[in-house]
Design a protein around this ligand. Structure first.
Ligand code: DAH
Length: 341
């Protein structure tokens, strides 16, 4: 029996040296010291021993047991320390690692262009107003002196909601003139930016949806000189103090006289270059003195009051400002494109 105990002690020594974790240590403990363990099995045979042998073997067995217990306790402490160390390493927070910057969006080039123009007009005492994109045809056309039969009312170039062509997607921001005349007290100074819709095929310079900014002034004694003076000042603030403009005669049903305004190309100074497509001038807006019939239809006495109005396309301004070669890029909403502005 003595040899059996010695052998067990040796075996245990080898086994415990290989233990890696708490689970392994526990099964080792059960294997050697458990109720059905190997040491217990040997001790069960003590009864067969002689009276002289029993205390000697008993002492040895106790010694082996306490040795095993001690080593198990020591091993368990080592494992716990090792595991704690590992856990601390795993859970370390490195405060020196750079943080992740959250991605924040920014204004779309169309909105920033509108905002810039709004700011200029606000600085000149204008009020910014907003109105519906789904508009009555009577506001979009009739009250602007474009009655039934006018070419711009054709099914082929405008979006209607109903068979009798009474409700439509506005084709211009000009109905905001009528809305302002109807709802505001005189004198009126407004700009009205917003989306407009036309049945245009999509290409590098056309889109069925685009943006305009409408402007209007109505007061006593307003003349074409006020229109030119105001727009010239706006263009100087937009393109620089030495900006040159020109006004060409044109026709719009709701203004008389009507004109279009060009700015001399700020790139080439009027010589002709890719920016102005070789023309030296860039067409910016339509404008004119509000037709007396338009004033009268909204209940304004055209003998007492006069006014001017303009409408400009925002996409063209933005394309020039940000050097965008193709209108489609503006609406595709590819962040790689939009992030550049
Ligand atoms: N609404 C016109 C268009 O879409 C632009 C325009 C021209 C607006 C003359 C005006 C104006 O207010 O007076 O082509």
């Amino acid at each position: 029996m003595k040899e059996m105990l010695q052998k067990l002690r040796e075996e245990f020594g080898v086994a415990i040296a290989q233990v890696q974790d708490a689970a392994e240590l526990d099964s080792l403990r059960v294997k050697y010291l458990g109720k059905k363990g190997e040491l217990t099995a040997i001790l069960k045979q003590m009864g067969k021993l002689s009276a002289e042998e029993r205390p000697v073997i008993g002492q040895l067995a106790n010694q082996v047991r306490s040795e095993m217990e001690e080593r198990i306790t020591a091993c368990s402490t080592t494992i716990a320390e090792k595991e704690l160390e590992l856990r601390l390493k795993r859970e370390t927070l490195d405060v020196t690692v750079p943080g992740k910057t959250p991605v924040i969006g920014h204004r779309h080039p169309i909105n920033s262009t509108i905002d810039e123009i709004k700011e200029i007009f606000i600085g000149m005492g204008f009020q910014v107003i907003d109105g519906p994109e789904i508009e009555l045809a009577s506001y979009n056309f009739d009250r602007l002196n474009a009655e039934e039969g006018h070419p711009s009312r054709d099914w082929s170039d405008t979006f209607y909601f109903d068979e009798d062509s009474r409700v439509m997607l506005r084709s211009q921001t000009s109905p905001m003139q009528v809305r302002a005349m109807e709802s505001m007290d005189l004198p009126i100074r407004i700009v009205a930016p917003g989306r407009v819709y036309r049945k245009d095929e999509v290409d590098a310079t056309h889109s069925p949806m685009f943006h305009q900014i409408e402007g209007m002034v109505i007061d006593k004694g307003i003349t074409m000189a006020d229109l030119k003076g105001t727009l010239n000042e706006v263009m100087k603030q937009l393109y620089g103090q030495d900006t040159v403009t020109r006004f060409r005669p044109h026709h719009f049903p709701f203004t008389e006289p009507s004109c279009e305004m060009d700015v001399q190309c700020h790139k080439c100074g009027g010589v002709g270059c890719p920016t102005c497509k070789g023309e030296g001038w860039i067409e910016l807006l339509g404008a004119g003195m509000i037709h007396p019939k338009v004033l009268e239809m909204s209940g304004i006495d055209s003998e007492v009051y006069t006014g001017w109005a303009f409408g400009m396309g925002v996409e063209r301004l933005a394309m020039r400002k940000f050097k965008i070669p193709d209108l489609r890029l503006i609406f595709e909403n590819d962040v790689r494109f939009l992030e550049q502005f």
